[in-house]
Design a protein around this ligand. Structure first.
Ligand code: SDX
Length: 427
């Protein structure tokens, strides 16, 4: 017997169906609310509002659980390759060996980017933020594949999916190489996904470059941990743009822009800049915790808090452990790691954070690993985008496959009521 929710408005009773998901989450289906009552709901930031039913990622913010298509993030981070996880998110199942070989080969053989894209890239100033460059160039990709505009065919969409997965890392490295005054590197189809990215980032034409397997394995784990996170800000953006039937490149480009924000993916850059500032200020973590508690300071503890996790972000646990392992293996001693640990310990004992259930999130420790891998701070959010790409694609594909309607929220108008126009000479 399915549940019913009853609402009484102006003395009249209304009933709305309750839906229940496979993990026993429940929602009131208000599709007929306005037709039946004339009322709408309002929910700033959509804190209590579900946008869709999705079969891709499940997370439980109270228990600190995260699963991609039913597989725990802990298992995938330890046992899978990033492209295996990308396949799982996009197509719903872990690939067989044959499926994986075909998928991986497709990605390897589409890493080259149209040379004319480089001409667009050359127009950016050397200090352009890599996220702005990435979003622009991904949007520009739609111009190179005119069959994107009305491509509903599965095979055409699959080719665009391969192109995005294959070419994003290539494009992402261009900003870094330009910032160093170095020539960009072409991809090498003999290398796996993570090794290819590292080679394009750090290889120089004047010497041979060997990918450190420790670095490649750490990158693989970080990309998996960022691969999807249900209806977060940037994913909701990708779905909303895609719901107008905009092409996949334009939708992903919009997601990259949303991720750039310091409250979202841009937080990983903010965390390191915050830790560096604390270090430069003598390492007084309590001073910054007091600032974060003082609303008038306008300062937030970046890397802390989460809209959904009211417990530890499971990704933060894995990344914190990996940070210790990777820095030890690489023989890196990063003073900001100690500051991060002190900040975390102090915050987790402070009632302001405990009472608001503010814990370290995915961004709190990730930058420490990126630094150890040699990745510059302004590229951290680009790394987040490379990791999140398969999740964005999977969510866009699910929305389009399910033929979801164009997203168009309502509003409550609070502006001036009707008034007559006054000629300018009389104002
Ligand atoms: C990501 O949604 C996702 O899944 C995102 C993500 C993903 O994988 O896609 O997980 C990735 O974006 C992680 C979050 C990265 N952002 C940051 O680290 C920025 C710092 N964190 C905050 O700005 C904040 O915690 C948010 C944006 C993450 C969540 O904000 P909410 O849910 O809107 O919560 P809120 O701002 O209403 O905060 C509730 C209270 C407020 O205080 P009161 O009004 O109750 O007195 O907690 C306070 C806030 O002032 N608060 C903080 C804080 N975060 C919340 N106070 C100090 N420092 C912080 N970091």
């Amino acid at each position: 017997m399915s549940q019913i929710a009853e609402v009484t408005i102006d003395g009249q009773n209304y009933q709305f169906p309750v839906i229940e998901g496979s993990e026993s989450e429940k929602a009131i289906d208000i599709a007929k609310l306005r037709d039946q009552t004339g009322y709408i709901t309002i929910d700033s930031g959509f804190k209590n509002t579900g946008a869709t039913k999705s079969a891709i990622t499940f997370l439980d913010g109270e228990e600190g659980i995260l699963r991609y298509r039913g597989y725990s993030i802990e298992e995938l981070a330890e046992k899978a390759s990033f492209l295996e996880v990308a396949y799982l998110l996009i197509y719903g199942e872990l690939p067989t060996q044959e499926e994986y070989q075909k998928f991986e080969h497709e990605v390897r053989t589409h890493t080259l980017v149209n040379e004319d894209m480089r001409k667009i890239f050359e127009g950016f100033p050397v200090n352009a933020h890599p996220m702005g460059v990435l979003s622009s160039l991904v949007s520009a990709m739609s111009a190179f594949y005119p069959d994107t505009y009305d491509s509903t065919a599965e095979d055409v969409t699959d080719l665009h999916i391969i192109r995005l997965l294959a070419k994003l890392p290539t494009i992402a490295t261009w900003s870094y190489k330009k910032s160093q005054g170095h020539p960009v590197n072409y991809p090498n189809n003999n290398l796996d996904y993570c090794s290819n990215f590292l080679s394009m980032m750090f290889a120089l034409p004047v010497e041979s470059y060997e990918v450190d397997p420790v670095v490649s394995a750490a990158l693989n784990k970080l990309l998996i941990l960022h691969a999807d996170h249900e209806q977060n800000c940037s994913t909701s953006t990708v779905r909303l743009v895609g719901s107008s039937q905009a092409n996949i490149y334009s939708s992903i480009s919009a997601g990259i822009s949303a991720l750039w924000g310091p409250l979202h993916g841009g937080a990983n850059q903010e965390v390191i800049e915050m830790l560096e500032a604390i270090r430069a200020d003598g390492g007084d973590t309590q001073k910054y915790i007091n600032m974060a508690k003082d609303k008038s300071s306008g300062f937030r503890l970046f890397g802390f808090g989460h809209r959904v996790y009211k417990n530890f972000d499971p990704r933060a646990r894995i990344i914190k452990k990996a940070a210790n392992e990777v820095l030890t293996k690489l023989g890196v001693n990063d003073p900001v790691l100690d500051i991060a640990r002190q900040l975390e310990a102090a915050a987790l004992e402070d009632d302001y954070f405990v009472s608001r259930k503010l814990y370290p999130n995915v961004d709190f420790y990730s930058g420490i690993i990126y630094r150890a891998l040699g990745i510059p701070t302004n590229m951290f959010t680009v790394m987040f985008a490379i990791g999140r790409l398969p999740g964005w694609i999977a969510q866009w594909k699910e929305m389009r496959t399910n033929k979801e309607p164009i997203g168009r929220p309502r509003q409550v108008y609070v502006g001036p009521t009707q008034r007559e126009f006054v000629a300018i000479e009389n104002r």
